[in-house]
Design a protein around this ligand. Structure first.
Ligand code: TYD
Length: 134
């Protein structure tokens, strides 16, 4: 996997004067089955989340509210994706180092994952990530 496999996916948007609606279906909209969902919120100004890679887990990240940046790194190249709409998200395949920063006040990040939580799937040492020692 390389940085080129990270991609912004635009989701269905049902515009409605009563309020808009967007939807994510596993396999149809994102390329994996959803095993887990979690969200990050109440992030204090200037804080940074992430700072690791996964051996197997794939993720899809949506800014449900507000905005933030996701910096992905395949060990050769880094790319920053700015998420600021609730009708698109970023697909991150396994094996990518990622950091999330620049959170706006009251932002909410929804993350859909292809695996259950497993600390053994994390690569938290950047040198080991670069050396592909996992
Ligand atoms: P972590 O994935 O390191 O957070 P970040 O979003 O900054 O990458 O998770 C922080 C802590 O939260 C971790 O030590 C354990 C807990 N956690 C769970 O219990 N279940 C989960 O699904 C996740 C993502 C984290």
């Amino acid at each position: 996997m390389t940085i080129k496999d990270c991609k912004i996916i635009e989701l269905k948007k049902v515009l409605d004067p009563r309020g808009n609606l967007s939807v994510i279906e596993e396999i149809a909209d994102i390329p994996f089955k959803i095993m887990r969902s979690y969200w990050i919120y109440d992030v204090p100004g200037g804080e940074c989340r992430g700072g690791h890679a996964y051996k197997e887990n794939q993720e899809f990240v949506v800014a449900l509210s507000g905005s933030f940046d996701v910096v992905v790194d395949d060990g050769q190249q880094k790319k920053t994706f700015s998420l600021n709409r609730s009708y698109y998200g970023l697909y991150i395949p396994q094996g990518m180092w990622r950091e999330m920063n620049n959170f706006s006040t009251n932002s909410v990040a929804l993350i859909l994952s292809s695996t259950k939580y497993d600390e053994a799937d994390y690569i938290r040492d950047y040198d080991k990530f670069l050396a592909k020692q996992w």
